[in-house]
Design a protein. Structure first.
Length: 49
């Protein structure tokens, strides 16, 4: 591996995707459960199951 390709690999490892921060696992968990509840309410209202 050349020094140029090694610097590209290191630069890619430092790039953030803009997603939630590492400390917000509880927020992701709560939002996931809210999504589950909304889908469940939609399914029971429409009578699909």
């Amino acid at each position: 591996m050349t020094s140029t390709s090694a610097s590209h690999v290191l630069a890619r490892a430092r790039v953030r995707t803009g997603g939630p921060q590492d400390g917000s696992k509880w927020l992701e968990h709560v939002l996931g459960w809210i999504l589950v509840l909304v889908v469940a309410m939609f399914v029971t209202r429409t009578g699909l199951l």
